[in-house]
Ligand binder design. Structure first.
Ligand SMILES: Cc1cc2nc3c(=O)[nH]c(=O)nc-3n(C[C@H](O)[C@H](O)[C@H](O)COP(=O)(O)OP(=O)(O)OC[C@H]3O[C@@H](n4cnc5c(N)ncnc54)[C@H](O)[C@@H]3O)c2cc1C
Length: 412
């Protein structure tokens, strides 16, 4: 059966319905494109860890009419405490001292709250969502792209966009295997939920030893915590990606004998049914498009969670890509301008991850000692410090182009 794409407007297929995908769908629809989004999960995934929307990305949210809703969903984390092996505080700092953004320019909300808001924004009867499906093959003949879906259905589109995350299948189909584009940052992480037995509230607690760190994140007064166990490893364990038992074993060995709450967290990790393991990696590509296929968000330029900027890059990239496609009938010209405008912003934000790692996970005893001394000396005590100022400048470093004159009167 063929997919209905009978509209005379340009037909765009977007793979991935998380942050970049629905944001792009929203804008493309407003410029009069005919949009289909394919998502391999059976729904927009609503759970998840806290994420940040900052700087220029807040301008995008405002233009989407989402700012007030994001502000209402703001988590309001009040402090980050770095503790020693006995749980005694080394330093207590305000979150904005790390994020670099004074109130109003940094919104932190559960990832699922943002994906749900974006999905709702695109429920206008015109944008089609195909859940439980994904692109199986695609063929770009220069004039259009023929797609065969896993479900067996077929479709023909003018443009295909990969918004399918760090391990993008669209990227693999067009540019080849992930490995040459995956810049491994020397760390692996486990993310899972665990009971909030200690009554943590509106805060994060972080404990570091040389080469590994453990922490918990209490969103509001929830009785569940977002817990993480992160460790340094010289070689990326790509081969163990698929083997959850091996990941659990490796993590337990690394954290054996750890101080603070580590034994309890390792136990919770062993039992967790929502364990999420991955390498801390960025995506670096020489080009984000090929022919009529283009990538956006993590698929093209994941900055890693150490930058805290993945969500913001996805929102900004989607806004500019849609605007350039509306402005230029030739997709190649649009893709080139999208890349020209967004790439310097992406590169500056990816660079932020490098410093972020040293603070969370010093790799050697000397680095750990330096970090603890800096924390104790109050180097990160306020959002007016050098560290915060540099981040703030980079978060805001792209001035958004104005595409308002291209908006069409469309339904929804
Ligand atoms: C542990 C962790 C903590 C993070 N913390 C932060 C933070 O504090 N701040 C921040 O800004 N960012 C953070 N991030 C990063 C942030 O989540 C991502 O950068 C952001 O979600 C990127 O959005 P995206 O839409 O490009 O990709 P994703 O959110 O990865 O979405 C990809 C979508 O594509 C779908 N998909 C995948 N494969 C296929 C396929 N073959 N076919 C169809 N659909 C497919 C997926 O199901 C998913 O819905 C964190 C990430 C992780 C893993």
């Amino acid at each position: 059966m063929a997919v209905d794409s009978s509209s005379t407007s340009k037909r765009v297929l977007i793979s991935g319905a998380s942050i970049a995908g629905p944001s792009l769908a929203y804008w493309l629809h407003r410029y009069g494109f005919d949009v289909t989004v394919v998502e391999r999960s059976d729904a927009v995934r609503s759970g998840g860890y806290p994420i940040d929307v900052r700087g220029t990305a807040l301008d995008v949210a405002e233009r989407m009419g989402l700012l007030a809703k994001l502000q209402a969903a703001h988590i309001d984390t009040r402090k980050l405490t770095f503790v020693d092996a006995n749980g005694a505080p080394i330093a207590v700092i305000p979150p904005e001292a790390l994020s670099g953004d004074a109130s109003g320019r940094n919104i932190e909300l559960p990832r699922g709250a943002l994906t749900t808001l974006l999905y709702e924004l695109t429920q206008n009867g015109a944008i089609r969502y195909r859940f439980n499906d994904s692109i199986d093959t695609l063929e770009d003949d220069g004039a259009s792209v023929s797609v065969r879906f896993k479900s067996g259905e077929r479709g023909r589109f003018d443009i295909v966009v990969g918004a399918d995350g760090l391990h993008s299948r669209t990227r693999a189909l067009v540019f080849g295997p992930e490995q040459p584009f995956n810049r491994y940052l020397g760390r692996c992480f486990n993310l899972f939920s665990s009971p909030n037995g200690a009554g943590f509230s509106h805060e994060a607690i972080i404990y570091s030893e040389a080469g590994h760190a453990a922490g918990v994140y209490a969103v509001g007064d929830s009785d569940r915590l977002h817990a993480f166990l992160i460790f340094a490893a010289d070689e990326p364990p790509f081969l163990s990606h698929l083997d959850i038992d091996q990941q659990r074993k490796r993590t337990s060995e690394v954290f054996a004998g750890g101080g603070w709450e580590v034994p309890r967290l390792v136990e919770a990790m062993q039992r967790a049914d929502d364990l999420y393991f991955d390498t801390v990696s960025q995506i670096h590509m020489p080009r984000w498009s090929s022919g009529r296929v283009v990538l956006v968000g993590d698929a093209a330029y994941a900055p890693s969670f150490l930058s805290g900027q993945g969500t913001s890059l996805a929102l900004v990239g989607a806004y500019v890509l849609a605007g350039e496609l509306a402005a230029h009938p030739d997709p190649k010209a649009a893709f080139a301008l999208y890349e020209q405008i967004v790439r310097p912003f992406v590169e500056a934000n990816q660079e932020l991850a490098i410093g972020g790692g040293g603070l969370l996970l010093p790799r050697t005893p000397e680095e750990l000692d330096r970090r603890n001394k800096a924390l104790a000396a109050g180097d990160f005590a306020a959002d007016s410090g050098e560290y915060a100022a540099k981040r703030r400048q980079i978060h805001n470093s792209l001035k958004l182009p104005d595409y308002r004159h291209l908006l069409r009167e469309v339904s929804g």
